[in-house]
Write a protein that binds this ligand. Structure first.
Ligand code: ZN
Ligand code: ZN
Length: 107
């Protein structure tokens, strides 16, 4: 396993609005749209990556949909209550994913 954890601060790293950790940019040129530590995001897109929404509310992970190849995080905006699906990133904190799965099962 090659572990090249380089923190690239080019354009897409950001400070999470929920846990206030610095979220590094996604590798492979992919667009990072949620915090890898707590899985929260911000309601800034209408379509993924367009930054056209004026809502700006915090998107909290609501439940995880398990697909064969990728998990989908369903975020719920704490401001306008819109539900938005987002693909899990490869480096999302697995414990955080499990916590969301468990809490949504208990409901
Ligand atoms: Zn966070
Ligand atoms: Zn919103």
């Amino acid at each position: 396993m090659s572990n090249s954890k380089r923190f690239t601060r080019i354009n897409e790293s950001f400070i999470c609005a929920n846990c206030e950790k610095e979220v590094p940019m996604a590798h492979g040129g992919k667009c990072r749209n949620h915090c890898i530590f707590c899985l929260h995001s911000l309601h800034v897109d209408i379509n993924p990556g367009d930054r056209l929404s004026t809502c700006g509310g915090i998107l909290a992970p609501n439940f995880i949909e398990v697909k064969s190849d990728k998990n989908i995080i369903h975020h719920k905006c704490l401001k306008c209550e819109e539900i938005r699906p987002n693909k899990c990133a490869e480096d999302d904190d697995f414990d955080a994913i499990l916590r969301v799965m468990q809490s949504s099962k208990l409901r």
